[in-house]
Ligand binder design. Structure first.
Ligand code: NAP
Length: 352
């Protein structure tokens, strides 16, 4: 098994045995990829971790930041099936994180988003089957649920492709599962780094103070993937139970005393996000610290986990999430994660 000293996982579920395994992370140079790679190397004794993405500069930087003889840097594009075939040779586990993820950019460049997020998913599935990869976990988002923008729509397609891939794996032993979660606190291009910059000027721009979002840390996102690797058998969508926060509270936490300018909701944005809709409820199992959405295919043998089915009208949205973070909690987390100085509650706007 793995190190005894590993901290408790956010969603329980124990630890997967990844010792001596070869693990490939598509999008390995991104925010999730780097955090996951670091975790794999420190807690799971893999034989190799292969980082797969396009930009050589990011590879070079990661090599400098994480010198480790078990790391391999594979420059490649998920749109390139042949390249994936080469990269997946001898790989046991694939974590598929590569994506175009910026909503406005996907709106403006729809075909590019489709090529990376949908065609790329098809290629990852095909190469994983051809190369007899044992387990594949793909990363999805709350924006895939009843999508209103192209990014969400492409991630919905990606989810469907990965779950359906379990239907045609034939003689291959490959299993495919998905994790679906909300905004990672402080991820690039998100509101937290924006407010962190704006608070120094004493003025925050808000789309809508009533807007709510799920709130997950990178550590928890990594834990969710670890959970999927531990308990997933193939076909599940894992959804974490996580808190939510409204934008007004976040603004209060990050810039007390700052002026607020309300800009209005942007095209392709929702006021509230959903992680589970009522349409999915009949397939949803409550497993304590997380939900599992079971596939509705005849091959599905059922979840071998303690849990119970949710009510027929169940929904899980950032507006009705039982855990709504108050200002003080938001501030505490942001200080812990380094997005705020610890005296922010006392300092005047404009003072770091
Ligand atoms: N961040 C969030 O709040 C959030 C929330 C829920 C779900 N997710 C999902 O989590 C995953 C990881 O997100 P992240 O925040 O880590 O994103 P990120 O920091 O933007 O990283 C994306 C990674 O994908 C790579 N990539 C992009 N296009 C590629 C392609 N065509 N071929 C190969 N690699 C490619 C990028 O490197 P190159 O550009 O150099 O190739 C980079 O390594 C995504 O699937 C995203 O949809 C993110």
């Amino acid at each position: 098994m793995t190190h005894q000293s590993a901290p408790e996982l956010s969603f329980g579920g124990g630890l997967p045995d990844l010792r001596d395994q070869v693990i490939l992370v598509t999008g390995g140079t991104g925010s999730f990829g780097r955090a996951m790679t670091q975790r794999l190397l420190s807690d799971f004794q893999p034989r190799k971790v292969i980082v797969f993405s396009r930009d050589e500069q990011k590879h070079f930087q990661m090599q400098q930041d994480m010198p480790d003889p078990r790391l391999r840097f594979f420059v490649g594009d998920v749109r390139d099936r042949q390249r994936l075939m080469r990269a997946f040779e001898g790989v046991d586990v694939v974590l598929h994180a590569a994506a175009m993820k910026h909503v406005p950019l996907a709106e403006y460049n729809p075909l590019e988003a489709i090529r990376t997020n949908i065609d790329g998913a098809v290629n990852v599935i095909d190469a994983a089957l051809e190369r007899n990869v044992k387990r594949v976990v793909a990363l999805s988002t709350d924006k895939a649920v009843n999508p209103v923008n192209l990014y969400g729509a492409t991630k919905l397609c990606m989810e469907k492709l990965f779950i359906a891939a379990n239907s045609y794996r034939g003689s291959h032993a490959t299993s495919f599962a998905v994790v679906r979660y909300g905004n990672v606190v402080g991820s690039k291009g998100s509101v937290v780094p924006l407010f962190a910059k704006q608070r120094l000027e004493g003025r925050l721009t808000l789309t809508d103070p009533q807007m709510t979002r799920f709130w997950i840390t990178m550590r928890q996102a990594v834990d969710l993937v670890v959970l999927a690797l531990t308990v997933g058998t193939g076909g599940e969508v894992f959804v974490p139970k996580i808190p939510a926060a409204d934008l007004a509270s976040l603004a209060q936490a990050m810039g007390p005393g700052c002026e607020h300018k309300v800009l209005g909701v942007r095209p392709g944005e929702k006021i509230h996000e959903a992680l589970i809709t009522a349409d999915e409820a009949p397939q949803v199992l409550d497993c304590g610290r997380y939900f599992v959405i079971e596939p509705s295919f005849p091959w599905w043998g059922g979840v071998q986990l303690p849990g119970h089915h949710v009510a027929a009208d169940f929904t899980y949205t950032s507006a009705n999430a039982p855990d709504r973070l108050p200002v003080v909690e938001l501030r505490k987390t942001l200080v812990e994660l380094g997005f705020l100085p610890d005296d922010v509650g006392n300092s005047a706007p404009g003072v770091a």
